[in-house]
Design a protein around this ligand. Structure first.
Ligand code: ADE
Length: 246
């Protein structure tokens, strides 16, 4: 997969050299290209923002640098990219969207600063490309760079070959198996006793069926406590069926 990021803070994206994403890049599974938006300005001050029409606080990113940058980048590959615009006004970023994006050959991210990008940029590119306006949560950040780090990591770990087998299997079962829509329960490792605290007996029992039943109960309890909205969106039939089956 190819990923381009256009930003006025390329250095903000340096974590993409580290850990899972860094390794995926080093192994040639992911081709990440960072671009400084100011390279597509023509004035001495490399201006990317201006005051908003209609008044109000803050600044708006000018359309011209974005237009030149996106024209040049989008013309530099064989496929058509999907353009992902991080904005608190976008559709929620979910595991489902991450899965969908992970099947695309090419993503271009356009993280904005200030009050956002002149609306005409999205309108212009939506005529020729698939444009997704995406929010990573109901809070406002100072810019879209942190959301890009979040989205790239969520997408990269789904790419074939990026995760080891053991990990990917576990996650698949969470995505749409018996544990769909449930939060992961607690996990334990050695030693069996730490500061007077035991690992739950069932996990040491070697009884696979009981371990699965316990994990599901833990997931249900945790989901009820932390995300009752997820439980409500579970199909009660499915919940009952799996709970009877285990
Ligand atoms: N830019 C600022 N806040 C954001 C958010 N919550 N999601 C995506 N982009 C953003």
């Amino acid at each position: 997969m190819r990923i381009d990021v256009v930003t006025i803070f390329p250095e903000y994206l340096e974590p993409l050299n580290v850990s899972l994403v860094g390794k995926a890049r080093a192994r040639g599974l992911l081709d990440v290209r960072l671009h400084d938006l100011r390279n597509w300005t023509h004035d001495r001050h490399h201006t990317v923002d201006d005051t908003p029409y209609g008044g109000g606080p803050g600044m708006v990113m000018k359309p011209e640098p974005w237009g030149e940058a996106l024209d040049e980048i989008a013309a530099s590959g064989e496929d058509k990219p999907v353009i992902v615009v991080p904005t608190p006004s976008g559709r929620p970023f979910t595991q489902r969207l991450a899965e969908e994006l992970s099947t695309r050959p090419w993503l271009v991210f356009t993280p904005a600063r200030y009050e956002g990008i002149d609306r005409r940029v999205v309108e212009e590119y939506a005529e020729r490309y698939e444009v997704r306006e995406v929010s990573i949560g109901d809070y406002v950040l100072a810019g879209g760079e942190a959301p890009v780090l979040v989205m790239v990591e969520a997408v990269a770990r789904l790419l074939p070959g990026v995760l080891g087998n053991a990990e990917s299997h576990r996650d698949d079962s969470f995505a749409d198996g018996a544990m769909a829509n449930l939060l992961e329960g607690p996990v334990y490792t050695k030693p069996p006793l730490w500061r007077g605290r035991d690992v739950p007996d069932v996990l040491l029992s070697g009884h696979h069926g009981r371990v699965e039943r316990w994990r599901r109960d833990q997931a249900l309890t945790r989901t009820a406590a932390n995300r009752p909205d997820l439980l409500r969106s579970c199909d009660p039939e499915t919940l009952d069926k799996h709970d009877r089956a285990m």
